[in-house]
Design a protein around this ligand. Structure first.
Ligand code: OSB
Ligand code: MG
Length: 375
């Protein structure tokens, strides 16, 4: 039984160690929306909203998510009795379109709450089977191919099992080729365009084909499937979809149309864990590998991602770098660490989230707060 008494929304301001540039913008700071859920027995758990400051990834932002949670998510969740966390998303779907990241922030927190009250780790509650996961790094666009080569080399030496290179027109083939030539044919490389191309300027994507990439992520428009299917016919390299997969149906459409051969699952983008698991299962049934993407989360969102990535069809390394890659100091204890072979341990011997939220640190970073209670 799950009965949520209050939701405390907080905005925390965190500085990234270095600016992160993708084709649609650069970020040096993150404004992160954390949600603290409290049940009627006084137990608490945390969720994190994946939305950023601007609508340059998907349509949501931290501010739209805050509004959506206060106005529409909270009234459907607070004071209601749910037999389990798998019933939260269905309750949020009825006549309530979109706002997946807002829904997910609360839904994922509810799974963590339920896991702890059932006396199990979040990973187990979700159906996870791994006690450690392999991770990769996502490298932002650099000022020169040489600078990128140095970052990629350092990442492989550090133990990362996949190096994702952000690309855009003008910073693509030359950059990726430089890394391939410097690091050799076996280096596990991929590219992510964040929608920077159209079918008309796909020549440079075709040119990437000879560079042996594991996949090319979301080259075309953020909500497209048809043109990706067209492009996939021209490419030997698998297309991986990120932005376009916002629901189970969109994943089914991708498979039916042949728009891609791999899916990046970000639980925030698809409305939370119930949808993530459904997409995971559908992909598994069709032989489509999945991996867990990232949105530069704090240690809270990272805990959710680590738990999800422990499911069996997460067979490719996720964008789940350790805390030190992003922050001087994270908001969880212990921080997320990665060993020299690129493994992150799933906290299978801890209840719920598996890490403690550092309340003093969160308090220090909080710039806005709102408490929502049963009316
Ligand atoms: O496309 O995967 C993406 C960050 C912000 C917005 C979109 C994306 C990303 C990343 C970051 O690639 C991955 C990470 O969290 O390390
Ligand atoms: Mg992406």
């Amino acid at each position: 039984m799950l009965r949520i008494e209050s939701l405390t929304l907080r905005e925390i301001a965190m500085n990234l160690k270095e600016p992160f540039q993708i084709s649609s913008g650069t970020q040096s700071q993150r404004r992160i929306l954390l949600v603290e859920l409290e049940d009627t027995d006084g137990a608490v758990a945390w969720g994190e909203c994946a939305a950023g400051e601007f609508p340059n990834y998907g349509p949501e932002t931290i501010d739209t998510a805050w509004f959506a949670i206060r106005e529409w998510v909270a009234p459907r969740v607070l004071g209601q009795t749910f037999a389990g966390p798998e019933l939260i998303y269905p309750a949020l779907e009825v006549n309530f379109r979109g706002h997946q990241m807002a829904k997910a922030a609360v839904e994922m927190g509810a799974w963590a709450l339920a896991a702890a009250s059932d006396g199990m780790p979040l990973s187990k509650k979700l159906g996870g089977t791994r006690d450690r996961i392999r991770v990769g790094i996502s490298l932002g666009i650099q000022k020169s191919p040489k600078a990128l080569v140095e970052k990629a080399r350092a990442a492989l030496e550090r133990g990362y099992r996949k190096v994702k290179i952000k690309i855009k027109p003008g910073a693509d083939v030359k950059y990726v080729r430089a890394v391939r030539e410097a690091l050799g044919s076996e280096a596990p490389l991929m590219a992510d365009a964040n929608n920077a191309y159209t079918l008309e300027d796909a020549d440079s994507l075709v040119a990437l084909d000879e560079l042996g990439l594991m996949m090319i992520e979301q080259p075309l428009a953020w909500d497209d499937l048809l043109r990706h299917a067209e492009l996939q016919k021209r490419l030997a390299t698998p297309i991986c979809l990120d932005e376009s997969i916002t629901s189970l149906d969109r994943a089914a459409d991708m498979i039916a149309l042949g728009s891609g051969r791999i899916v990046n699952i970000k639980p925030g983008r698809v409305g939370g864990f119930l949808q993530s698991i459904a997409i995971h299962d559908l992909c598994a049934a069709h032989g489509i590998p999945v991996w867990c993407g990232g949105m530069l989360e704090s240690g809270v969102g990272r805990a959710h991602n680590v738990a999800l990535a422990s499911l069996p069809n997460f067979t490719l390394p996720g964008d789940i770098s350790p805390s030190e890659r992003y922050w001087d100091e994270d908001v969880v204890i212990p921080e997320w660490t990665m060993d020299k072979e690129g493994w992150i341990d799933v906290p299978v011997d801890q209840l719920g989230l598996g890490v403690q939220v550092d309340r003093d640190r969160v308090e220090e970073l909080t710039v806005r707060r709102e408490i929502l209670r049963i009316q």
